[in-house]
Design a binder for this molecule. Structure first.
Ligand code: SAM
Length: 246
């Protein structure tokens, strides 16, 4: 799919002929409305500085410079590289953000249009997406296949989705299976989400193994609980796919 030769890329192979998860896998410790949890803005970063550098490099190698990108589960920062910011400034690229906190989205200078949304857009064919991104948030969605199916129908044929995963989360809001399984199983499970949502060319990309020797900047201070990789920088993977159906 997208070119990025410097990363370790593993093709996802479908493991199940029918949906393997039960509703209890998607329950959460805190079942109160997400709107309550996200009422107050969090002007923090949810991955550390070394992981942000790695993510910007990855995005630089895969995101389009023209057309439309959606950053869903967005916040005050999307971690896009300067090349994307410049394309937005030239008016050649439109970046839409969807998230749960208006103050955070308003503060995200990259977004042409940031709006509150708990479900993904049903865009008209003329407004279809070239790519979408989602950073350390897929674990909060209780109906990920519905969301990713909706996203696919809003995406151009050959458009891509990039689901960025690390090892931190708000544990009370993550779906329960996420907390029970190991890192590899989380990546495979996200591959399953994309597969059952009809995405093709699903791949798991190791963007950073978390062993970066760069001096760690400020601790990822988003209140996210990290339970692996302590002592190094935050590891980073992307589970990505493309749409083959118009
Ligand atoms: C850990 S934050 C990550 C924010 C952002 N991607 C970043 O890296 O800074 C999780 C995000 O998931 C989004 N989110 C959580 N539950 C959601 C839901 N039910 N529907 C839509 N978005 C949700 C919120 O917007 C929240 O900002």
């Amino acid at each position: 799919m997208v070119s990025s030769t410097s990363y370790r890329v593993e093709p996802y192979t479908p493991r199940h002929t029918s949906w393997p998860y039960s509703p209890s896998d998607f329950t959460r410790q805190d079942s109160s409305p997400d709107t309550s949890f996200y009422t107050s803005p969090r002007f923090v970063t949810h991955i550390d500085d070394a992981a942000i550098v790695s993510l910007r490099e990855y995005y630089d190698s895969v995101l389009p410079r023209k057309g439309k990108i959606l950053d869903f589960c967005s916040s005050w920062v999307s971690h896009y590289p300067p090349s994307i910011e410049q394309a937005v400034q030239r008016g050649e690229l439109q970046v839409t953000g969807m998230g749960m906190n208006k103050a955070e989205l308003d503060a995200n200078a990259l977004l042409n249009n940031g709006h509150i949304a708990t479900s993904l857009p049903e865009t008209s064919p003329s407004a279809k997406l070239d790519a979408s991104t989602c950073v350390v948030s897929i674990d909060y969605l209780t109906s990920p296949v519905a969301a990713l199916t909706s996203l696919r129908t809003a995406t151009k044929s050959s458009g891509t989705v990039h689901l960025v995963i690390s090892n931190r989360c708000f544990p009370t809001k993550a779906m329960s299976r996420w907390l029970r399984v190991d890192e590899n199983e989380r990546l495979q499970m996200v591959g399953d989400y994309l597969h059952f949502a009809g995405w093709k060319g699903i791949e798991i990309v190791e963007v950073s193994d978390g062993k970066a020797t760069q001096e760690k900047g400020q601790e990822a201070s988003g209140g996210l609980f990290g339970w692996m990789g302590m002592g190094g920088s935050d590891p980073l993977w992307v589970v990505r796919a493309r749409n083959e159906i118009e």
